[in-house]
Design a protein around this ligand. Structure first.
Ligand code: CA
Length: 226
């Protein structure tokens, strides 16, 4: 496997330079964009493995860059927010960022999160056919879901939603992200549809087998934990 390439989109030169040195030291290739427009252009390249995206940028805000990138790309994005503002974080996750860090942050923490995202990406790409969490088993090729060896009938969308959450187990998935990945960009309705389908899944799995499989993360989305 070749070197992983990381794009830093940050207008503060000192921070960009500091991150560049740290990342290169860790063995990554680094590219830098110093404004939103440049970041969007460079971020579209398929060579980029992770993007570190500052929120406050000239020309195009980090939020806007993230939103536009998500129309065509699922490259992992870590947002940098200047203030510890919960609404910025939720907004960032809602429009498809994978993670966020509040400045100032410890670089070790950033490196750790980059590793997590790279690993997650590899796992996602290996399209495992059988997914298992506890007694729940999903097999992709024959569209089958079982709980404790008992068959569960799901509609196509229910199946896809469950598969998506299981594939991304232990990670909070925002409604926006679920909508993009399970319903696709051609869906123009709002994210309430997800809550409806989560209810269907819960009635067929959680309530039927008296488990608490699908957890709600208030204001953000849903998670299935191993
Ligand atoms: Ca900035």
């Amino acid at each position: 496997m070749g070197k992983k390439k990381i794009l830093i989109v940050e207008d503060e030169q000192k921070i960009a330079r500091f991150l560049e040195l740290e990342l290169k030291y860790e063995g990554y290739e680094v590219e830098i964009a110093s404004n939103g427009r440049d970041g969007l252009e460079k971020g579209k390249s398929p060579d980029i493995d992770v993007i570190i995206l500052d929120l406050m940028l000239p020309e195009l805000s980090g939020i806007e860059v993230c939103r536009r990138l998500r129309q065509t790309s699922d490259v992992p994005i870590i947002m940098l927010t200047a203030k510890d503002d919960i609404s910025d974080k939720v907004m960032g996750l809602d429009i498809g960022a994978d993670d966020y860090m509040t400045k100032p942050f410890a670089v070790e923490e950033l490196l750790a999160r980059i590793r997590v995202l790279l690993k997650r990406r590899n796992n996602n790409n290996s399209s495992e056919d059988i997914l298992k969490i506890g007694k729940l088993k999903l097999s992709k090729s024959n569209y089958k879901v079982e709980y404790d060896k008992e068959n569960i009938e799901l509609t196509k969308k229910e199946f896809e939603l469950l598969e998506y959450l299981m594939r991304n187990k232990n990670i909070v998935m925002s409604r926006e992200k679920i909508l993009d990945n399970v319903w696709g960009y051609d869906y123009y309705g709002d994210t309430n549809i997800i809550d409806v389908y989560i209810r269907y899944l819960r009635s067929k799995i959680d309530q039927k087998y008296n488990v608490n499989l699908i957890e709600t993360v208030r204001g953000v989305g849903y998670i299935i934990r191993e």
